[in-house]
Structure formats: structure tokens, C-alpha cells
Design a protein around this ligand. Structure first.
Ligand code: 3HC
Length: 687
């Protein structure tokens, strides 16, 4: 074996040389890997005994992309372009041998090879768009030459990888190799190419054809999905360039557009989030190798919207779930809704009927807590009432086997008090799911004062298995997400009394990039959550709306009026009520501009985030950003509230908070951390 450098080596098997990249964890294209490939190819080309070359990877995956940690630093030679150019220019056929994932620069490298073989479990894709980028090493120019314009548009703008079998159908790979014999297969494949005198397939030389109007039709069809993001449009423009410009010119267009994205804030935000997601898994004080408790059977208490959604997460991942509800009709209804949800997914073709039956077959509905005795994890999801929760945890303590994890889905309540209702507070934590729980990715894992390390570790690993993005939060009212949301809601409510209308606030928040504004969100959730006609005093706008049976989307009226398609229009009744409220409270309405609406809604959240950090309820600013990204629809291209604060500049945020203090001293009191960072020129995300 000849070592090329620390991360690549070259071996020969007869007339075929195998160039192997071995750079854990994911063989990213660091400068060393790039240099190793260039040198390895050069050596193989120069060796007269070598007639063909296989490019393979050791470890868990083929090349998973450019090395993202190098982004934003001065570029180092050789560039990825040069690497791919050298491979493609090789006079000896180069075969890419793909296992794991060939992503981004990895797939671009494979596209520079003359042939590609892959094991069936391999996945191939260009996920750059998810980092706010485009494939910048010829990927947008080569991919449509292989799979056609429509498929290429789909792949680069979604960033979703495709499986090897699909790649074979689309011509992206030339042959499937046996799962455990990739290297030998690739070598043999190269030998056969040589024996059959096959030509060198240079992708750059293939033609591209585009139907007239295909690009604009694609833009129109996806306008909603791409709203606010720069990268999808840039990717489309590159594919357009591939169809209209010669290869080298197209590559230059790609390069120029890549650099524009790379230097922009959106990509910076999205790259930051990539690492934030991984960082959130690292929990201070939890040593590596912390044991985990085996989880096979899960219990869920409450068959309402939350309990049902929570159960579906586990059923879909293959866990047996016992769902307990006190009332038989509620239990039947809850189970029926779960089945209905699965069947709808099946109708859309995203599940088979067998999968629906398999999932539902794992569910045991029950009306007795005794059926939870053998569960390894029990999640309580009844409504927010401390006394009820204390009672439930007392019961669980008596019934459920020792060593089980007891979790509450509470959104606000004190987990330490709940844990105190048991003789085993070390086994108790919060698992706060977000509605709809089977869809939203966020799971706030609330670490109680006495939660044991192995409980925390188990829940974090379990979250990954059920496809959630878990973030650890400390005990406080509303934890990370709702604690901050409350401030946005407070300001939204104040703003409409001071001069804005609900639809003004919603428009500003929507234009900022959220899927909807606070009042639309309230209509969707239902205005009568926690409201009752008996106790209503008719004082707040919400009281007044509920009293008029305007309870949100479900009654087709709330802050807005809704038609049968659930499209909303501003309601004159609401306008009248808002004006009346202002008058009754003797608030002189004034014109409030969009900038103030935005700043009043967002800056107090950033400030609250600073308090949360100071108090140690979140480990790092990026955890707060993950909460907002995955639980509340914060636009990824703005990175999250803390990143956004850094982008705006903490001096600016502080300055505006201080100006707003003139209106309300207490509501805008700056957090000491915000003051300190603003004064020292620091940032949250580098802190
Ligand atoms: N560069 C640098 N580090 C990377 C990386 C990359 N491209 N991809 C993954 N890593 C790191 C992760 O940060 C993580 O580090 P840590 O252990 O210190 O936290 C480690 O590798 C393992 O990653 P995961 O925890 O994500 O491991 P998984 O097995 O769950 O997933 C993966 C593996 C599917 C490869 C996933 O890591 C992934 O999707 N990576 C990013 C792929 C990507 O976006 N590639 C395109 C890059 S941009 C590009 O190529 C531009 C080009 O067009 C010019």
C-alpha cells in the first residue's frame, strides 16, 4: 500500500489502481483530501502498469461534501474544481465506488468520474441548498447532463438525496454493487471497462435539453416553498445556465453565483444551523459513554391532540405504545384520529397500507394506569393543571416498574415539583413536544434539578430515533420556546391596542419569514384554549371574540373570517372591537410602522433569550435558535433569534430596547448579558 498522504492511499490490483480516501468521520473534502486525490490520480496516471482507477472511501461513507468548517476561511489550493478537473481529464477510466452518502462536493466528485457504481443502500444528493448554497464545483452543470433538467431542478432545490436504485434508473449510477463487496465489484467493473474498450464518459461533454418554459413553470410551482430563500432561485439559475451556456461558461456562472451565496447572510445562517443542530446533542456535564436505559415499551397518558401525536412518533418508529385515557369515548376518538392521520398519509402515497396496519398494531388503548406497569418510558400529556399532574405522577410512582423514565409533556409547569410527587425524582424529566406532535421536529427535553444523567442521555438518543431535534432546557415558566413566545404575544397584543391591526402584525411577521403571524396562529390553535364562558369577564379581546363564538378557524371566525377553504380575510367586527378596546382603555391610537412592529415583536424575544442564557436554562445561544427553528417556524435563512440579534448588531438591539423603555420601563428592561455584549462588541453566537 502506498500512502499518498495522511488521508489517502493508493493500492493496485493488477492493472487497476484503487485510490482510497480515509478521513473520518465523513470523508469531507478538506484540503488534505483534495491534495491526496490530485496526487493519487497523478500517480496512477503516471504509472504505466495502471490502466484503470477506482476512487473509493474507507469508513462509514463516500465523500459527504466539501469540508464545511473551511467555509469562510481563505481558500486553499487545490480547489475542488481542480480535483474534479483532474479526475475527468484522466486518460484512464476512473470509477467512483459509492457507499453511505455521496453528498454535495462528494457527488460532484463522483460526477467528475467516468463511471459510478454504488451499493443499494447508498444515497446520492446535492444538499447545498440546505446550507443556503448551490453545488459550486460543477454539480449544477454536470447533474442535468446526466439526469435531465427536471430531475436536476428537483434535486438541487430540495437538497434531498435519492437512493442508489433510483439513481440507477436515472443514470446517475451505472451499476449496483453487492452491499458487502463494493471494492471488489468496482475493481472488476473497471477491468471489464478496459476489456470491452469502453470510452471515457466525460459528463461535461454530454448535451443538455430543456423544454421551453420549464424553468418559469418550476419557479411558479414552488414559489411558496422557496419564499424568502435566496438559494433555490440561484440553483435554478445555474441549471438554466447549464441548458443555455457552453460547459465552461456555465461553470463560471455557477462559480459567481456560488460566491454570492457564500458571502451572504442567508448561507451563513444556514451553515450555522447545521452545526447548531449537532451541537445541541452535546450536553455539558454528561460524560461520554453515559449509559442508556433500554426503551422498548412506551406509555402515553392522554389521547387528546398531543397524546395522539406523541404516540404516533413512537409507533412510526416501531415502538409498542400503550395509550391511557380516562374516558372511553375520548379514547376511541383519539385512536380514530391517529388511524385517520395515518390513512391520510397513506392516501398521499407516503405510507403503505401495511405500514398503517403495522403502526396501529403496535398500539394498545387502555383505560387503566395498571397497563403502564411494564413500560420503560411513560409520557404524561394531559391538560395543564399542576394538581392533576401531581396526582398522576404519584400514581405512576406506585404502578410503573422501577428504572422506567417518567416524563411530562407540560409546556409551562415546574418539572421539579412534578418530580417531587414521586419517590424517584431522578427518573423524571420533561419531554415537551410541539403541536402537531407527529410533525414538528422540536422536542424540548427539560432537565430537572435531580434528573439522572442516564435518563437525559436516554431521552436524547430516543429523540433521534423518533426523528426529533432535541434541545435541553432548564426548569422555568415556559422553558425556552414558550417563555420567549409569550413576549412576542404580549407585544402583539399591545401593538393592536396602540394603533396596529392584527393583520398588520401578522403581515410583518409573515414577511419576516414565519409561516404565519401571532393572530393567525391563535386562530389556528383555537382562541378558547383555557377559556370558559362561565369565568369569562368579557374584558380582553379574546374574551369578547369567544363570547361571540369567534373561536378561531374551527368556527370559521376568530381574529379573521375564514371561507370553506380556510382562506382568511380581515374581519370588520374585529376591527371594531379593537378600536373599542383602545377607547375603553384610553389608549390614543397612533400610526405604527412595520419596522416598529417587527422590532417590538422580536427584540424582547432576543432579550429574553439573553436572560435564559444568563440563568443557565439553555446551554448556548444556538440551542435557543434550534428551538425557534424547529418548533416555531423561525425562517432558517435568519438563523434563529440569537443569530438574528447578532446580525442586526447587539448595539442596535440594545438601543431600541432602551428607546422602547420610555413606553414601558418593565417590558423592555435590557438583560445584563445584552448590555455587556453590546458594550463590548461581542455576540451571542460567538460568546
Ligand atoms: N464538513 C465538515 N464536517 C462535517 C460535514 C462536512 N461536510 N458533514 C458532517 N460533518 C461532521 C459533523 O459536523 C459531525 O461532527 P461532530 O461529530 O464533531 O459533531 C460529524 O461530521 C458527523 O456528522 P453527523 O453527526 O451529521 O453524522 P450522521 O451520520 O448523522 O450524518 C451525513 C452524516 C449524512 C454525512 C451528515 O453529516 C450530512 O448531511 N453532512 C452534510 C452534507 C452536506 O451538506 N454536504 C454538502 C457540503 S457543501 C458542498 O459540498 C459545497 C460544494 O458544492 C462546493
Amino acid at each position: 500500500m502506498a500512502e499518498i498522504n495522511a488521508v489517502t492511499d493508493l493500492t493496485t490490483e493488477g492493472e487497476v489502481a484503487v485510490l482510497t480516501v480515509d478521513s473520518p468521520p465523513v470523508n469531507a473534502l478538506s484540503v488534505a483530501v483534495r491534495q491526496g486525490i490530485v496526487d493519487g490520480i497523478a500517480r496512477a496516471v503516471a504509472d504505466p502498469s495502471v490502466r484503470g482507477i477506482v476512487l473509493a472511501c474507507a469508513g462509514r461513507t463516500f465523500i459527504a461534501g466539501a469540508d464545511i468548517t473551511e467555509f469562510g476561511r481563505p481558500p486553499q489550493e487545490p480547489s475542488l474544481h481542480a480535483v474534479i478537473r483532474d479526475i475527468e481529464a484522466s486518460p484512464k477510466p476512473v470509477v467512483a465506488a459509492i457507499h453511505g452518502t455521496a453528498l454535495g462536493g462528494g457527488l460532484e466528485t463522483a460526477l467528475g468520474c467516468h463511471y459510478r457504481v454504488a451499493v443499494p443502500s447508498a444515497r446520492l444528493g446535492l444538499p447545498e441548498v440546505k446550507l443556503g448554497l448551490l453545488p459550486g464545483a460543477g454539480g449544477t452543470q454536470r447533474l442535468p447532463r446526466v439526469v435531465g433538467v427536471s430531475q436536476a431542478l428537483e434535486m438541487v432545490t430540495s437538497g434531498t438525496p435519492i437512493g442508489a436504485k433510483q439513481a440507477l434508473d436515472r443514470g446517475l449510477v451505472d451499476a449496483l454493487a453487492p452491499e458487502d463487496g463494493l471494492r471488489a465489484f468496482a475493481v472488476d467493473y473497471a477491468r471489464r471497462l478496459l476489456a470491452d474498450n469502453k470510452p471515457l464518459h466525460r459528463v461535461r461533454d454530454l448535451p443538455v435539453q430543456a423544454e421551453p418554459g420549464v424553468f418559469d413553470a418550476f419557479r411558479r410551482a414552488n414559489a411558496r416553498k422557496f419564499r424568502g430563500f435566496d438559494a433555490p432561485e440561484y440553483n435554478i439559475r445555474c441549471i438554466e445556465a447549464a441548458a443555455t451556456q457552453p460547459f465552461d461558461e456555465g461553470e463560471q456562472t455557477e462559480r459567481r453565483l456560488f460566491m454570492e451565496l457564500m458571502n451572504g447572510t442567508q448561507s451563513k445562517a444556514q451553515r450555522y444551523l447545521f452545526f447548531a443542530e449537532r451541537e445541541a446533542q452535546k450536553i455539558p456535564g454528561l460524560p461520554k459513554g453515559t449509559p442508556v436505559r433500554p426503551i422498548k415499551k412506551v406509555g402515553v397518558i392522554g389521547a387528546g391532540t398531543m397524546g395522539g401525536g406523541i404516540s404516533m412518533n413512537f409507533l412510526s418508529a416501531g415502538y409498542a405504545v400503550t395509550i391511557v385515557e380516562a374516558n372511553e369515548r375520548a379514547l376511541e376518538r383519539g385512536v380514530g384520529i391517529m388511524r385517520g392521520n395515518y390513512e391520510n398519509t397513506a392516501k398521499k402515497g407516503r405510507l403503505t397500507t401495511e405500514q398503517v396496519e403495522r403502526n396501529m398494531g403496535l398500539l394498545s388503548p387502555s383505560m387503566s394506569f395498571d397497563d403502564l406497569a411494564e413500560c420503560d418510558l411513560v409520557i404524561e400529556a394531559v391538560f395543564e393543571n399542576m394538581d392533576i399532574k401531581l396526582d398522576i405522577f404519584g400514581k405512576l410512582d406506585r404502578i410503573v416498574k422501577q428504572g422506567a423514565i417518567l416524563a411530562s409533556n407540560t409546556s409551562y409547569l415546574d418539572i421539579d415539583r412534578i418530580a417531587g410527587a414521586t419517590q424517584r425524582p431522578q427518573d423524571v424529566c420533561g419531554m415537551h413536544f410541539f403541536s402537531p406532535a407527529n410533525v414538528m421536529r422540536l422536542l424540548e427535553v427539560v432537565r430537572g434539578e435531580r434528573t439522572a444523567p442516564d435518563v437525559l442521555e436516554t431521552v436524547m438518543q430516543l429523540a433521534k430515533k423518533i426523528g426529533k431535534a432535541a434541545v435541553v432546557a432548564g426548569v422555568c415558566h415556559g422553558f425556552i420556546g414558550n417563555r420567549m413566545l409569550n413576549l412576542r404575544q404580549r407585544e402583539a397584543n399591545k401593538l393592536i391596542l396602540e394603533g396596529a391591526m392584527p393583520w398588520d402584525v401578522d403581515r410583518v411577521i409573515y414577511d419576516f419569514g414565519f409561516p404565519m403571524g401571532p393572530f393567525q396562529m391563535a386562530d389556528l390553535a383555537g382562541l378558547d384554549i383555557g377559556w370558559s364562558a362561565e369565568t369569562s369577564r368579557g374584558e380582553t379581546l379574546r374574551d369578547q371574540l369567544c363570547e361571540r363564538d369567534r373561536r378561531g378557524q374551527k368556527t370559521r371566525s376568530g381574529f379573521y373570517d375564514y371561507n370553506e377553504k380556510r382562506e382568511h380575510t380581515p374581519s370588520p367586527i374585529v376591527e371594531e372591537l379593537v378600536l373599542k378596546q383602545s377607547a375603553e382603555r384610553q389608549i390614543r391610537r397612533r400610526k405604527i410602522d412595520d419596522q416598529e412592529i417587527l422590532e417590538r415583536c422580536i427584540y424582547p424575544m432576543i432579550n429574553e433569550g439573553a436572560l435564559i442564557l444568563e440563568e443557565g436554562r439553555a446551554y448556548r445561544a444556538s440551542d435557543i435558535d434550534m428551538v425557534w427553528l424547529t418548533g416555531y417556524g423561525w425562517p432558517a435563512y435568519r438563523g434563529g433569534p440569537m443569530f438574528y440579534g447578532d446580525t442586526v448588531g447587539l448595539k442596535t438591539v440594545l438601543g431600541r430596547m432602551q428607546e422602547f423603555q420610555r413606553m414601558s420601563e418593565a417590558d423592555f428592561r435590557p438583560a445584563p448579558m445584552l448590555v455587556k455584549l453590546a458594550e463590548s462588541g461581542g455576540t451571542f453566537t460567538a460568546a
